[in-house]
Design a protein around this ligand. Structure first.
Ligand SMILES: Cc1ncc(COP(=O)(O)O)c(C=O)c1O
Length: 475
């Protein structure tokens, strides 16, 4: 397992996508690194130390400014917050429980391990917490159309679900590579009434989907809200998405206090853009005794293809924010890779870059292979099949326990369930299952052909029963 201890080098390069190389305006003067942005005055919150800000094209600035004004107002409005909380309770199924792992500790070197069960949310991941909040806000702003990007498909499904719930049209941009590996989620989005637009440019993954969504937004900004799926993008998104996800940490904190009467020694979560981790961390950042571990994807290893932004990223401007980015010496974006579509992103939210730079959070790396093994481990020890993204957090547990000792109380976020990943998991862990399914399909086809041939007829055969048959010409 790669341990990531690098500090970002101060370097200012631009990424490639729309608006990314055009620094327009920062939301506020940079704070000193001593300032905790979670406690800072509201007008400074768009900036996390040297990270964050608002780097967008001129056409988008009014929409982003409108959001920056509307969001704090909405979040301070008891009617808005009351409606959001009621939907999370009655529709999403919150609070999600914490489950104490019974057999997992033995396999990871000890510890008392509590799993925060975001996999039990409606739609199967944490993403829905953010989507419900943002679509509510879009309605408040009078927007009539929703767009979103998606990687693993979970954010797309959650956005499509929120749009179905509120009766709003929805377009989801998805890299063609991800369309192929997350086909089940494509079907779900379409069934929910969303239009899925595959994106074939670049590496055809999450970053390209974000570029396409930003391009749509430039052209449609008057009536469209862009639901960004993580704590990234221009201010106020990183802050707004964190607040909409902090329900994860707030609930888990209260649940642990009630269950064992103390806070955990560590909170652990995977990081793609970083929303499930920020949602968990937000409740513990002020508690210095609680160690925070983010887990990023080292893919095939740091020498090969990976998505290890903390280990290998440098400061740059990308997707509307200043943060750490995987890039060449010339500031060209590098393609990221992870077996999990949701972690396959060459950037990271600015607040994570800040927590990393100040040393408040540590970031560990987990490879594709380790994540696959952790998927199987959690399935067999606890009867919980995690999303491949969440499996990265599970795979980091041996390193965390080694560091904190066998008596440590560790809270891990299971950000989503694994159904969407079964094809990928089978291909790597259990190719025999795929062979079995293939063989059964071939045998069934052969049996049908034989039946048709024997009857000398064109037949409609369903489950071995001849429902209709016609004599073939010339027989
Ligand atoms: C289940 C799950 N966990 C984690 C992630 C990563 O996103 P984030 O880092 O914003 O939580 C995704 C992204 O699609 C996901 O589907």
């Amino acid at each position: 397992m790669a341990q990531v201890e690098t500090r970002p080098k101060a370097r200012r390069t631009g990424g490639s996508p729309i608006g990314a190389t055009i620094p327009r305006r920062m939301t506020a003067a940079p704070q000193s690194d001593d300032d905790n942005p979670l406690r800072g005055p509201p007008e400074l919150l768009g900036q996390f130390g040297e990270f964050g800000g608002r780097y967008v094209a001129e056409t988008l600035m009014p929409a982003v400014e409108e959001l920056a004004r509307a969001w704090p107002e909405a979040w301070a409005d008891p009617t808005f917050v009351g409606e959001y909380r009621a939907i999370l309770r009655d529709y999403v199924g919150r609070p999600t429980p914490i489950t104490e792992a019974r057999r997992l500790p033995e396999a990871v070197g000890g510890g008392r391990i509590f799993l925060k069960r975001e996999d039990l949310n409606h739609t199967g991941a944490h993403k829905i917490n953010n989507c419900i909040g943002q679509v509510l806000l879009a309605r408040r702003l009078g927007k009539r159309r929703i767009i979103a990007e998606t990687g693993a498909g979970q954010h797309g499904v959650a956005t499509a679900t929120a749009c179905a719930y509120f009766g709003m049209p929805c377009v989801v941009y998805m890299g063609a590579e991800d369309v192929a590996r997350q086909a089940l989620n494509v079907v779900r989005m379409r069934l929910l009434g969303a239009e899925v637009r595959p994106v074939t440019s670049g590496s055809a993954t999450l970053k390209d989907a974000i570029n396409a969504a930003l391009r749509d937004w430039v052209a449609s900004v008057a009536d469209t809200h862009y639901v960004i799926g993580s704590v990234m993008g221009p201010d106020p998104y990183p802050l707004m998405v964190r607040e909409l996800q902090r329900v994860i940490g707030d609930e888990a904190r209260a649940q642990l206090l009630e269950r064992i009467g103390r806070l955990p020694d560590a909170a652990v979560a995977c990081v793609g853009g970083g929303s499930n981790a920020m949602g968990l961390f937000a409740a513990f950042v002020p508690d210095a005794a609680v160690k925070l571990y983010g887990v990023e994807a080292t893919g095939e290893g740091l020498q090969g293809r990976h998505a290890a932004t903390m280990a290998r990223g440098r400061v740059g401007v990308f997707h509307g924010m200043r943060s750490l980015v995987l890039q060449t010496d010339d500031g060209q974006l590098l393609e990221a890779h992870s077996i999990s579509a949701g972690l396959d992103y060459p950037g990271i939210g600015p607040e994570h870059a800040f927590l990393h730079a100040t040393g408040r959070a540590r970031y560990l790396g987990v490879s594709d292979r380790e994540a696959l093994a952790a998927t199987e481990l959690l399935a067999r020890t606890e009867g919980i099949i995690p999303a491949l993204e969440s499996a990265h957090a599970i795979a980091a547990l041996p390193a965390v326990i080694r560091e904190l000792g066998r008596d440590a109380v560790v809270l891990v976020n299971v950000s989503g369930r694994g159904d969407k990943d079964m094809h990928t998991v089978m291909k790597h862990l259990d190719p025999a299952t795929l062979d079995l399914i293939d063989k059964a399909e071939r045998e069934r086809e052969a049996a049908r052909a034989a039946l048709r041939g024997a009857a000398g007829e064109e037949s409609l055969i369903v489950d071995g029963h001849v429902l209709r048959s016609e004599r073939k010409e010339g027989t």
